[in-house]
Write a protein of this length. Structure first.
Ligand code: TA6
Length: 300
């Protein structure tokens, strides 16, 4: 893994991208351009913050998050890969896979023609990953910072045999109060929950969160909008390359079981997660790839 001096020498862009350290000494990229500021931890390829100019941060971070190798960062955008949720057959393996528990390397940084900033991070299979998941892969995460932020998780099968994977771009949105918001976009979609596998249909145009929610919306390519009366804004939660969307808020009881979340924290975040999971897992043949994209921004 390259150190700060090496990273800044090879990838820094004057007045646009600089590599520094977060709490716990984790290395991060600080991005600043005419559109926004963003902070991206190389550990986990974890976007910590995305703050468009003259806007509040669109991402919520837990004030109790860990920032240490071996533990997931709580808040921002965890990358769930190569599996979403618990491992299908071995509960001793990390929840949501190992991508968020590993340092990613810097592949490229560039200023784009429209003055957006692009940073691409990457990991690939090695002896350690193969102990957890016996396949040859390369994963790249391309983050494009403009008025909106585009997050592209590009997974390549670099081996000779096919593999299945699931993933999610597990975004924690910063909201004024869970009782002040409603979610538009999933009307008419099928969903089940973490507590009830029976398929339901989202009849109402809006989803209002009044208790714990752990919804798995399937067979949908729909974009979502979070209407936040308290912050007087609408947040676009769009996606590409995904036919499943998870909507999660732990509410007041479940959150008490999560030591890296303050008990009241559920009031100020909502997760809407573009995924390839459930009946939307991805099978890659040798040399194939798939891109899952999340696009977030303030909707005017
Ligand atoms: O995406 C929702 C979910 O699967 C919930 O069940 C909850 O476990 C959440 O992810 C957070 O998981 P984590 O492992 O980050 O605590």
């Amino acid at each position: 893994m390259k150190n700060l001096d090496q990273l800044n020498k090879e990838f820094a862009i004057k007045n646009e991208i600089e590599f520094t350290t977060l709490q716990g000494g984790l290395i991060c990229a600080q991005v600043s351009n005419e559109y926004a500021e963003a902070t991206i931890s190389l550990y986990g390829a974890h976007i910590i913050s995305f703050k468009p100019r003259n806007e509040r941060d669109l991402l919520w971070m837990s004030p109790k998050s860990d920032f240490e190798i071996g533990k997931p960062i709580r808040g921002g955008i965890p990358i769930c890969f190569p599996w979403f949720g618990p491992h299908s057959s071995d509960s001793s393996l990390p929840m949501h896979g190992f991508a968020r528990l590993n340092y990613w390397g810097v592949v490229e940084t560039k200023k784009m023609s429209d003055n957006k900033t692009c940073i691409c991070l990457g990991i690939k299979s090695n002896a350690d990953t193969k102990k957890l998941w016996p396949y040859e892969f390369k994963a790249q995460m391309e983050v494009i910072i403009g008025k909106e932020m585009e997050v592209r998780l590009n997974v390549f099968n670099t081996g000779s045999s096919s593999f299945d994977y699931s993933c999610a771009i597990h975004t924690y949105y910063n909201i004024s109060d869970i009782c002040n918001i409603k979610i538009e976009g999933l009307q008419g979609t099928e969903f089940f929950t973490a507590y009830d596998e029976n398929i339901q249909i989202q009849d109402n145009k809006y989803i209002e969160v009044t208790n714990e929610e752990n919804r798995r919306h399937i067979n949908t390519t729909a974009d979502c909008i979070i209407h936040d009366k308290g912050y007087n804004r609408k947040i676009l939660a769009a996606k590409k390359g995904s036919k499943s969307t998870v909507v999660w808020n732990p509410w007041s009881e479940t959150i008490k079981k999560m030591p890296d979340l303050p008990e009241e924290g559920y009031k100020n975040y909502l997760c809407i997660e573009p995924a390839n999971a459930f009946n939307d897992c991805i099978t890659l043949q040798s040399e194939q790839n798939h891109i899952t994209t999340a696009i977030i921004g303030v909707k005017l």
